[in-house]
Ligand binder design. Structure first.
Ligand code: PLP
Length: 358
């Protein structure tokens, strides 16, 4: 049972699509619920978006016990709204919780909170092509204590942000830097949890990449610094001239992307030979140079499909194909966004429609 509090509504339609950016504006309402070890989850509420008050000794601020997730709501041509596989995000949220020693949330309530929040804030789902309403669930440890142990109090909340595609250039190819000095995650670590520390640790490498003229970082595995993990906050795929599509296996160090999972299904249905396996970065460089790899792209909720045009490693650049988006990335982008926005049929049952037309 979710309690709804009165909220002052601001006009959402005054933000021009070109000013949306990513995660800069927020809807008027948020969902919250609290957890006490003695009481379980309680006080599920949709109320005004507002600052949260934390004790300076709240455990999240000291041991970083926090998780988050991200999914989107899409405006359909008929005016209704599509959610894309929200139950997969709820399941991943709970996997992250389990890895970080935090309590799981009831998945049905989590999805219901998203549905109800999006229904109430439907006017915040933008209409311009490729824009969407980003949904950000979070859980933080709120108990006042400095010891390192599983806390007894948590806050779970969900906020909404109307967004443009993650990369300002839309479907334009991105340039990716492969750092030698830093790694993101190690098997057995927290890489497959969506926890802020993974992202905090990546910022210095992203800053370096930006200073060198690249937009994203391609992470190699932490042990041998040889095998491909992920690209920024996206999973990665390589398309070979023989119509094979390879993506790194879910090793424990990379996130179980919902876009990745969906793309693999679509790619198989397009007739590609899909393989999830360990991918040697140095073999990738040779295969690109020899024309055996024709396309490289990232996959994630923010950008959906982000073609990679150029890779830089230790001062050398390697251009993928002719540096432009390839046909496989284009077809996958068109099919997946077509399903998400309700522009084409969804034979997979991935979308849930929220009716908002009166
Ligand atoms: C590290 C990382 N990898 C991959 C992804 C892609 O996951 P998804 O497709 O579920 O957005 C994300 C984004 O959530 C991410 O943060």
């Amino acid at each position: 049972m979710i309690t709804s509090l009165p909220v002052t509504e601001t006009p959402a339609d005054q933000i021009p699509a070109q000013d949306l950016g990513f995660g800069l504006h927020f809807a008027d309402r948020m969902f919250t619920q609290r957890y006490l070890r003695t009481r379980g989850w309680h006080e599920a509420t949709i109320g005004p978006y507002a600052p949260i008050t934390l004790d300076p000794a709240a455990q999240a601020l000291h041991n970083g016990q926090m998780i988050f997730d991200g999914t989107k709501a899409y405006r359909r041509p008929d005016g209704d709204i599509n959610l894309f596989r929200p139950e997969r995000n709820a399941q991943r949220f709970n996997r992250s919780a389990a890895r970080m020693g935090m309590p799981e949330v009831p998945e049905a309530l989590h999805v219901e909170a998203i549905r109800e929040l999006v229904r109430l804030e439907a006017r915040w789902v933008p209409h311009a092509p490729q824009t969407a309403l980003y949904i950000r669930p979070v859980m933080i440890a709120t108990e006042k204590a400095l010891s390192i142990r599983a806390p007894a109090e948590y806050l779970h909340y969900i906020i909404l942000s109307p967004v443009a595609p993650y990369f300002a250039g839309g479907f334009a190819p991105i340039a990716v830097h492969v750092p030698h000095a830093w790694v993101r995650a190690v098997r057995g670590g927290t890489g497959e949890a969506k926890t802020p520390g993974n992202y905090a640790g990546s910022i210095v490498a992203t800053e370096e990449a930006t200073a060198l003229g690249y937009q994203q970082v391609l992470w190699l595995d932490a042990l041998e610094r040889r095998y491909v993990d992920e690209v920024g906050a996206m999973n990665i795929a390589f398309v070979y001239a023989d119509q094979t599509l390879r993506t790194p296996e879910l090793s424990g160090a990379i996130l179980h992307g919902v876009t990745r999972e969906s793309v693999l299904v679509l790619a198989r249905d397009m007739g590609l030979d899909v393989r999830e396996e360990r991918i040697d970065f140095f073999a990738v460089c040779e295969d690109i140079a020899a024309g055996r790899i024709t396309e490289v792209f990232g996959m994630g909720t923010g950008a959906v499909i982000a073609p990679v045009g150029r890779l830089g490693y230790q001062g050398r650049d390697i251009v993928v194909g002719d540096g432009q988006p390839g046909p496989v990335a284009r077809a996958l982008h068109e099919t997946l966004t077509g399903i998400q926005f309700g522009l084409r049929p969804d034979p997979y049952g991935w979308t849930q429609t929220i009716r908002v037309r009166s």
